[in-house]
Design a protein around this ligand. Structure first.
Ligand SMILES: Cc1cc2nc3c(=O)[nH]c(=O)nc-3n(C[C@H](O)[C@H](O)[C@H](O)COP(=O)(O)OP(=O)(O)OC[C@H]3O[C@@H](n4cnc5c(N)ncnc54)[C@H](O)[C@@H]3O)c2cc1C
Length: 383
């Protein structure tokens, strides 16, 4: 069994590490200052500028297929890269990205939605959750009814990431044939309202009142929208914990630095067993998380069924990242609770990992079902 990285993986990982250190991390204090003044940490123009700088070195469309101008990187490579980005809280992501389900568009839809999204000229949002349907996504109540060559959509969506900035939504509604996904332009008449949250994420509520969308804007097939929704949600459950992995590494490094220099009762707190155990437990969990994430990504690259492994990585990552950031805050004492340090920011941000794209409880439900129905084994994928 070979746990080492290939030369290419090392090179790509090291490039991203250097990019984060030189271009992204220096922005941290300004991002903190702005966010505390209730402004976006990075403006859209600043993000774009950073993305174009990365593009000069070929970092564009990390998982976007090469035929669309992307890098077409595999899952392991992308997980390594996400972990590097996770080492900073600056809200940076590489450009050239489009939602995986947009690749199911027909040629005309690709021209109008997919290509401009990859180019960064249009912004999408994925809208399935409703006030009465989150974990239980099949319970959505939004409707779409045929009217001539159009569909008329009515309903409310909630907690939609980018919902306030997007100029089109991939919106899911019930039709006589089942759930259908529509590409609905903001210009078609839907409205959005930002939702204030404890983190820096600003999702939105979307309101559809008799929004008329041409039938050419059905994404995929009428009645087959739920399959698309599951593809979007399942596109990379290993990626969220991969980013959290990088954050945890950085947080524990901060805790160790503080522990070495903070003196109480005549000795650095790093000498105290209570502090050492928090660091040790965190390091063990980070190591376990690293291999859960990389194992899930490795299964994705092999084309194997990775859903069970991805749920395990997402659950473990969510639970452990929250325990780790809590310990790191504790090691910093009162300073950890202040807004001078980014620890409290990470504390708020990481909390989301236990909720979106499948809550802890839904991951446990999936894992237990897979085991009890015999689809997966407690012996793991090695048998
Ligand atoms: C910041 C943010 C961004 C989001 N972005 C998007 C987005 O872009 N697009 C989108 O469509 N949605 C998005 N969501 C919605 C998100 O996917 C849902 O919030 C999530 O699926 C949970 O649904 P819910 O909030 O309705 O909670 P509920 O489903 O009502 O769950 C409430 C609690 O009950 C538990 N629970 C539910 N069912 C079971 C069960 N069967 N067994 C045991 N426990 C159960 C849950 O785990 C949870 O603890 C976002 C949410 C947030 C907070």
């Amino acid at each position: 069994m070979d746990f080492s990285l290939s030369d290419e993986e090392t090179q790509v990982r090291d490039w991203v590490r250097t990019f984060v250190r030189k271009e992204i991390a220096p922005l941290e204090q300004e991002v903190l200052r702005r966010e505390r003044a209730h402004q976006p940490g990075l403006t859209a123009d600043e993000l774009r500028e950073l993305q174009l700088k990365a593009k000069e070195s070929g970092f564009w469309g990390v998982q976007t297929p090469e035929e669309y101008g992307g890098m077409g990187l595999g899952a392991v490579m992308t997980a390594l890269l996400e972990a590097e980005l996770g080492r900073t809280f600056v809200p940076f992501r590489f450009g050239g990205y489009a939602d995986n389900i947009l690749f199911y568009a027909n040629d005309e839809q690709k021209r109008r939605y997919l290509l401009p999204t990859i180019a960064g000229e249009r912004r999408s949002c994925f809208a399935i959750s409703e006030p009465g349907a989150g974990s239980d996504a099949r319970a959505i109540r939004a409707t779409a009814r045929r009217d001539g060559d159009d569909w008329v959509i009515n309903g409310e969506k909630t907690f939609i990431t980018n919902g306030n900035e997007a100029d089109f939504a991939m919106v899911f509604a019930t039709t006589d044939e089942g759930v259908t996904c529509f590409l609905a332009d903001r210009a078609d008449g839907w409205r959005s309202e930002p939702i204030d949250t404890m983190g820096q994420w600003g999702p939105a509520a979307l309101v559809f009142e008799d929004v008329r969308v041409p039938s050419a804007n059905v994404l995929g097939e009428v009645g087959k929208g739920f399959d698309l929704a599951m593809k979007w949600i399942g596109r990379g459950r290993y990626l969220l914990p991969a980013r959290a992995l990088g954050s945890c590494e950085r947080l524990v490094e901060m805790a160790m630095e503080h522990a070495r220099t903070r003196v109480t009762f005549g000795a650095p707190i790093a000498d105290r067993q209570a502090i050492q155990w928090m660091i040790a437990d965190s390091a063990v969990e980070i190591e376990a998380l690293r291999w859960l994430v990389l194992h899930a990504a490795w299964l994705v690259d092999r084309g194997a069924d990775s859903r069970h492994a991805q749920s395990i990585a997402k659950l473990y990552g969510g639970v452990k990242a929250n325990e780790i950031v809590d310990r790191v805050l504790q090691v910093h004492g009162g300073m950890g609770y202040t807004r001078e340090l980014p620890v409290e920011r990470w504390y708020r941000e990481l909390r989301l990992l236990r909720i979106y794209e499948g809550t802890d409880e839904i991951q446990r439900r999936t894992i237990a079902r897979n085991l009890l129905k015999g689809h997966a084994s407690v012996s793991g994928t090695l048998g």
